[in-house]
Design a protein around this ligand. Structure first.
Ligand code: PNS
Length: 167
């Protein structure tokens, strides 16, 4: 049984992420989407919220499981006995960071390979930060995130902005 890990901060999950997850699910027997900590980012959503968004969005893909993990990706891969880590690549500027991460993970746990999938043309520009920015200004984010979670994201970020304005 082949197993792939799709790690990320997913703050929040976008259609670009979902495209990579769905393609990984066609390539491997099972896929685990894992919400992790990126030390370079301070997330807008809690781990529980991000986990719940992903659960709702992948409910229709039978071989995809969702998890959270606070430690190193290489340790999680070892724990799960993963064959591969799957990451999406959008533009060349993604590459340097992704390559460094792949090499680091390989030196910590060589049994798991990293596979890069090119982003779908439609989602080349898309990122969680773009979604957060659009939602905070009250514009419709439904073209960018799975339909199951669009309203929840919008309500949460717009509400937060309004509270911030009042406070
Ligand atoms: O969606 P992101 O923020 O690009 O995902 C990056 C993530 C969370 C996969 C990465 O930061 C990570 O693997 N974090 C766990 C800690 C770790 O293993 N760090 C060493 C990798 S260089």
């Amino acid at each position: 049984m082949s197993l792939a890990i799709c790690p990320g901060s997913f703050d929040p999950l976008t259609l670009g992420h979902l495209d990579i997850i769905s393609r990984a699910a066609r390539m491997f027997d099972s896929v685990v989407v894992v919400v992790m900590f990126n030390s370079g980012k301070s997330p807008a959503f809690t781990v529980e919220e991000r986990y719940a968004f992903i659960r709702k969005s992948v409910a229709g893909i039978p071989n995809v499981e969702v998890d959270t993990y606070e430690g190193l990706l290489a340790d999680y891969c070892a724990l799960r006995g993963a064959d591969a880590v799957v990451r999406g690549l959008r533009v060349m500027s993604d590459f340097e960071y992704e390559f460094q991460m792949a090499l680091t993970n390989n030196s910590l746990h060589p049994q798991t390979e990293t596979i890069f999938l090119p982003a779908n043309r439609e989602y080349m520009f898309l990122s969680s930060s773009v979604v957060r920015e659009i939602a905070r200004f009250g514009r419709d984010i439904s073209p960018f995130v799975p339909p199951e979670i669009a309203l929840d994201i919008q309500a949460r970020l717009c509400g937060k902005e309004k509270q911030h304005e009042r406070g």
